[in-house]
Design a protein around this ligand. Sequence first.
Ligand SMILES: Cc1cc2nc3c(=O)[nH]c(=O)nc-3n(C[C@H](O)[C@H](O)[C@H](O)COP(=O)(O)OP(=O)(O)OC[C@H]3O[C@@H](n4cnc5c(N)ncnc54)[C@H](O)[C@@H]3O)c2cc1C
Length: 436
Amino acid sequence: MKRHRAIILTWLVGLFPALAAVIAVPWDQVAGVPAALNFLGRLTGIGGLGLMLAAAALSCRVPGFDKPFGGLTKLWQLHHWLGAAAFFLLLAHPLLLSLGNAHLSLDAAVATLLPPLASGAVWLGWLALLLTMGFMASSFSFFGKPRYQRWKWLHRSSGLAIMLALAHTFYLGRTIAAPWSTLIWYALAGLAVASLGYRFAFSRFWGRRRYRVQAIMEPATDAVELALKPLDRPLHYSPGQFVYLTPLDRALAAGYGEEHPYTLSSAPEEPVLRIAVKSLGDASRALQHIAVGSQVSVEGPYGNFFPETEEAGTTELWIAGGIGITPFLGRLRHLSNRDEPVNIHLVYCVQDRSRALFIEELEELAQNIRGFKLSMHYFYREGPLTGDFLRQCCPDLAERQAYICGPIPLLALARRDLLAAGLPGHAITTEEFELP
Ligand SMILES: Cc1cc2nc3c(=O)[nH]c(=O)nc-3n(C[C@H](O)[C@H](O)[C@H](O)COP(=O)(O)OP(=O)(O)OC[C@H]3O[C@@H](n4cnc5c(N)ncnc54)[C@H](O)[C@@H]3O)c2cc1C
């Protein structure tokens, strides 16, 4: 419920200028098709800019801010949908305004779209829209999926697009009367600026903590677990949360100074942070060879995978795929230190035993933690995960809270199987290892 409230509130904040415009407009002035089209044109522009500012305000990455939204990955999903809705409204904005003048003449309709160059404010709007098209094309993979770092660079042009769109609105916006229009746009723009200011200035200099790579373990082929010792204030976090890790080892073949999200596989009470990294691309492959003694910076913690209530007595089903074991491992290490009985069943899906990360430690934890049961699902032996397999190893699954973490196809499959087995949607929590 908390999550739904946070989502609804964000949409309301983004749509507030449009709602104010609907309230402010004298209805006799929008009677008739041309006037109605003109008003819709203005409304879509106002709505689009409001939603864009709300999306920008969500990108602050203040640790803890993501919790009411269900974690940072869910917050990014909301940011993505706000941006998409803003984009489609902004596309409709010039078209509707032009259609609103089409009853005068075709020339008048075209001149609304493409006025003389002297009408600078209109061209500011076009520039904002063209920039928005540029970064949205990469977000929606219109021309194939761009490299993550390239996408990130393109996405930064959204800041300029927002500034141009604001200037366009300040010059031309007459729908909401002053001083309300100024107040509303200043308030929303202030939120967006504060958010981006935190993200790109404050957090960069004060929000990151320095750690030193103390040891490197190899829990399976193509994966390492780094033990990180704090060099200043240690991070406080809950099991299953994640951080942005920036390696500062200049000898790395790739990814020097680049931040990537990684889940903490350590228990919060340990003196070191542990991060398990699977080699999945350039930067994570290079991290397999990071030097012991080199420094990294860590920002976070983020995520809200497990509830914050005490573990004793909870009845849970965990489904992990491959490297998606990390949040569960962090929680198991924590439970093992607490030595309290639990009722947890973990189904760990991997291709075969040789691909299972931390398999010996997991088997040991299954011996030591009272009420914790481990079932392995080997793809090469069993094929894709099925509802029957889940029911066989965990007959009372419909009465459990389910947590799933792993590759997106596994999340979708497991979720479908659990729903089919009678588990309600609200009892299923997922953690994606991919940002939208
Ligand atoms: C919440 C979360 C928790 C994660 N936890 C772990 C973990 O515990 N262990 C682990 O091995 N992996 C984890 N990952 C995945 C890890 O972040 C990616 O494997 C890594 O960033 C890939 O970078 P690359 O350059 O090696 O690969 P690339 O080939 O560049 O990227 C592969 C994919 O990873 C994603 N990605 C790449 N760079 C970034 C970035 N800077 N920020 C966000 N996503 C990016 C993109 O979706 C991309 O398509 C997690 C991801 C998320 C979102």
